[in-house]
Ligand binder design. Sequence first.
Ligand SMILES: C[S@@+](CC[C@H](N)C(=O)[O-])C[C@H]1O[C@@H](n2cnc3c(N)ncnc32)[C@H](O)[C@@H]1O
Length: 324
Amino acid sequence: MDHVITVDDSISAHRALRLIRRGSTLLWKGDFQNAKQLLAALGRRIPAERGGSFQAQRRRAAERARVLNALVVPLVGHQVLLRRAPDVRTACDQAYGPAQGDRAVPLRELLGVIGAHQLRVRGVYVPALGARVHPHYGVFAPTRSEYADLVVGQPLPRVRTAFDIGTGTGLLTALLSKRGVPEVVATDNNPRAVECARENLARLGVRAGVVETDLFPAGRADLIVCNPPWIPAVPLTMLDHAVYDEDSRMLRAFLRTAGEHLEPGGEVWLILSDLAERFGLREQGELLEMVRAGGLRVAGRTDAVPRHGRARSGELTTLWRLTA
Ligand SMILES: C[S@@+](CC[C@H](N)C(=O)[O-])C[C@H]1O[C@@H](n2cnc3c(N)ncnc32)[C@H](O)[C@@H]1O
């Protein structure tokens, strides 16, 4: 780290921001709770603004993250030895793996690690499932539930085998199993998601295979369900990979090859928000062009309005029923 300055409770938010803007990293040695207050005060000085193009919003968010991440706290093993610091050992073990020496981490990141641990312990109640799923750090948390409702509300064709591509917590696999699909195979290319899905499915008493792979497992299915990352832009952090899909690479590859993994007469259920079109990141009609290019056709669509706190006004989530 360049220009590391040790700071404590005596620093004001004004001075901290000035030092950070000059390129310094602030290593906190004071009271942990006061560090949180300083971080909140810095955040208020650079509010997260909405408005403007998607690229402009992202640039502002990246600059805000750069400034806020300059306040770092020392991790000794996986302990924070500061006054009034919580015990973060389990949270850090889960997020970072076994402790390897001492280092400093952005306080903002550490609070995210703690929050993720709390969410994992508490779980997220999914009404469509009537149960909780427990997301791991770095795995997509189903805090928006409209897409689960779409999957539950869809008439189920005759299905013996289903694939759930990009399973995350395993939620859609659990829903399909609950609806009576005898055999479900879930995949994800994120090892954290694979471990998380296995754990959730075991806890829910669902017997399903979970495979770490790019897109499809071996064999064919009568139903292929996929809720892919839905924003076609470069992921900036590890946590972005469940949401951002650069140049729609995953979506394109999925639609190009899904037909080869379908049993005759089978269906693909693709769940996608229209945010990409709303942000101008995908042309209107481009999605249907990808569908056609993969030798698929639209057999039906059902729309839902997202209800979660960060939903954009007018945003629609659609379950596309596609056949070969
Ligand atoms: C929006 S999340 C959906 C998670 C889960 N299906 C759900 O509905 O809650 C997208 C998931 O796709 C996974 N993913 C992204 N690219 C993938 C790929 N090429 N192959 C398999 N999984 C992928 C991500 O790791 C992430 O878990």
